[in-house]
Design a protein. Structure first.
Length: 327
């Protein structure tokens, strides 16, 4: 059975073969959840452009060859590196080989604001553990569960000295350096933009969900690199932040303080299409209770991640968790 994405690709191909040619440049943006933000920015920046956001999700049956045939008819193709991993065949470089003229950009992953959050997917498991917060889980809370600690103990572990011992305050610089490195690998340079983003405060909703102004600047950089003429535009006047409709994770107060920000423990669930008779926002106690419920349902063996497994093998970290849980 074809997925919705596969049917869309086929419709795009039919439209290319039978429809009229637009007057402005035809631009395709091929990526993951970050697709819309970059495509929206390019639509805003390029006068008369037809911009097609092509979001590729896991589970589709489209082949790299079919998608490449569709994309060859665009004047400009901007693609997320290794997005072919989500296509049939699981060849991470397939599209890059088939579309040498495309412009590639790196996945924007920045864990500096949210160093505790991970995805939980045991080896050989068909899908990650999910709850009302999607695939976002606290490594500390999940480890507390694996150690058999009660929910109250997991809450007590979310504290500054535990973050210090786990190296959470070192994640910021490592994330910063990594994003600059991967941007340069694609012929971009996020250095100046990142300095500007930091002046606005937290520029991420979650480690893989940048805020809209980040996507706007990345879109502008990509167009500049491709030699596409852009117009001056005040982005805040037209801003649409679709990822704000998804899960939004808090910056823990102790981590925020180190960054000169104000933090909290408010967790937001996805608001599209909207929960029925359920709140959008949850307190820390709610987050931990929901997490434990999902772990009990999945089984302890499924609550697995390399970070968690490494901590459980460390007697020093296990002793830290048990001692701080009693404090």
């Amino acid at each position: 059975m074809l997925s919705e994405y596969d049917r869309r690709v086929l419709k795009m191909r039919l439209r290319q073969l039978t429809g009229p040619r637009p007057s402005g440049p035809r631009i395709a943006v091929v990526a993951n959840c970050q697709t819309f933000g970059i495509a929206y920015a390019m639509d805003m920046l390029v006068a008369g452009a037809t911009v097609e956001p092509i979001q590729i999700l896991l589970g589709n049956r489209t082949t790299p060859d079919l998608l490449a045939r569709v994309l060859r008819d665009y004047d400009y193709v901007f693609g997320l590196r290794h997005i072919s991993n989500h296509l049939k065949g699981n060849d991470s470089l397939a599209l890059e080989r088939l579309l040498p003229q495309a412009h590639w950009f790196p996945l924007f992953y920045f864990g500096g604001f949210h160093p505790d959050f991970i995805h939980l997917q045991a080896e050989h498991a068909p899908r990650p553990i999910m709850n009302v917060f999607g695939v976002a889980h606290s490594a500390i809370v999940a480890t507390a569960f694996r150690l058999g600690l009660p929910q109250s103990a997991a809450i007590a572990l979310l504290r500054e000295d535990v973050y210090e011992a786990l190296g959470y305050f070192d994640v910021w610089q490592a994330s910063w350096d990594e994003m600059i490195r991967v941007s340069k690998e694609c012929g971009l340079d996020y250095t100046r933009d990142m300095v500007r983003w930091m002046r606005t405060g937290c520029f991420m909703h979650a480690p893989i969900h940048p805020k809209a102004h980040v996507m706007f600047d990345i879109g502008r950089q990509l167009l500049d690199k491709a030699g596409v003429a852009t117009r001056d535009v005040e982005f805040p006047h037209y801003a649409v932040d679709r990822l704000a409709d998804d899960v939004v994770l808090p910056v823990y107060p102790a981590i925020a303080q180190r960054l000169g920000l104000k933090g909290d423990h408010v967790f937001k669930r996805a608001s599209h299409p909207g929960p029925k008779n359920k709140p959008y926002f949850y307190a820390l106690e709610d987050f931990v209770a929901i997490s434990y419920e999902s772990y009990i349902k999945a089984g302890a063996a499924a609550v697995s991640h390399p970070r968690i497994e490494g901590w459980l093998k460390s007697s020093e970290i296990c002793d830290l968790f048990r001692s701080r849980a009693k404090a």
